[in-house]
Design a protein around this ligand. Structure first.
Ligand SMILES: Cc1cc2nc3c(=O)[nH]c(=O)nc-3n(C[C@H](O)[C@H](O)[C@H](O)COP(=O)(O)O)c2cc1C
Length: 170
């Protein structure tokens, strides 16, 4: 059932436990397609994605950094890349695309969690993922995204009220 966008935004949570049932790849591809509609600097669309289904590769990705372990039981991992040469704002561009991917996944009943690969001071994590997946150096590796049917139900998100986050209205 299609739900209202604000409802989708409000109910999305990071999901790190996934059911054994493997979602149809069509659904995963649809999430990636959604990502492509993100805004980007000068409409540069500098993103690319690697869809990882191979269990051995997923196991290797689950060792990217200390908080990557949850990936090992994900039926799929989507690796989000940014072509540095295409945009001065590749990080923001790619982050917008990932966000749309996460929201589309949630609207389809899939659970996701962003696993940071890009780190401003630690290049080794990107090198590691590039090596595991044989990715060209021109691509920056932004994130590994675990995706599958949720096997946990986090509580609704507590967020700050708009009164707290709107610093001022001038
Ligand atoms: C840039 C970024 C990096 C993240 N890296 C990790 C990570 O490495 N491992 C992990 O388990 N979760 C990671 N997360 C998920 C956050 O922990 C999660 O979004 C946050 O706790 C808020 O929970 P929510 O997504 O359910 O709203 C990351 C999220 C973002 C946006």
């Amino acid at each position: 059932m299609q739900r209202d966008i604000f409802e989708i935004i409000k109910t999305r949570r990071s999901i790190r436990r996934y059911k054994k049932e493997i979602p149809d790849e069509v659904l995963i591809r649809r999430c990636i397609e959604a990502a492509c509609y993100a805004p980007s600097s000068k409409d540069s669309q500098p993103w690319s994605f690697v869809l990882v289904k191979d269990r051995d590769k997923i196991k290797e990705l689950s060792k990217t950094q200390p908080y990557s372990k949850f990936l090992e039981n994900a039926p799929y991992v989507i690796v989000a890349l940014a072509d540095e040469g295409k945009s001065n704002h590749w990080l923001e561009d790619c982050s917008c695309a990932i966000m749309l991917l996460l929201l589309e996944a949630h609207s389809l009943g899939l659970g996701t969690c962003w696993n940071a690969v890009y780190h401003p001071e630690i290049q080794e994590r990107e090198d590691y993922v590039r090596k595991v997946l044989d990715i060209d150096r021109r691509y920056r590796v932004i994130a590994n995204i675990g995706i599958g049917y949720p096997d946990e139900e986090p509580l609704p998100k507590k967020v700050k009220s708009s009164r707290e986050i709107i610093l001022k209205v001038v």
